[in-house]
Design a protein around this ligand. Structure first.
Ligand SMILES: [Cu+2]
Length: 122
């Protein structure tokens, strides 16, 4: 009985390892960290209003670009870890932040107090 149990465990272990190796090989075909360019995220500040309003956007870890069109200067908070913030100018300008940690990251304006987008970082 004991001998049978041991050999069964050995077979299961071998199968498990084989599956694991196949999985690794498959992953190598994908893109590495930071290789995937994220589409710029468009944000508009106009007349005290912000667009979008809390929309969820899928992004990859690495550089996230915001294209901000604003009628007056302001600031944006990126609730990543660590937290980041940047000021933007009036007009249309592009700003970049780097997010290395996967998770849900809220991008907020504090004036007006709104969540602009939620980045689903993968
Ligand atoms: Cu904030």
């Amino acid at each position: 009985m004991k001998r049978l149990g041991t050999s069964l465990a050995t077979v299961l272990l071998a199968v498990g390892l084989g599956t694991g190796l196949a999985g690794c090989g498959g992953d190598d075909g994908g893109s590495g960290d930071g290789d995937t360019a994220n589409e710029p995220i468009q944000i508009t500040f106009e007349g005290g209003d912000v667009t979008p309003k809390g929309e969820r956007v899928d992004v990859s870890t690495g550089t996230v670009t915001f294209e901000i069109t604003a009628d007056e200067p302001g600031g944006v908070h990126v609730h990543s870890s660590p937290e980041q913030e940047f000021d933007f100018e009036a007009g249309t300008n592009t700003y970049e932040v780097t997010i290395d940690t996967p998770g849900l990251v809220e991008v907020e304006s504090h004036d007006p107090e709104v969540v602009i987008v939620q980045l689903q970082v993968q």
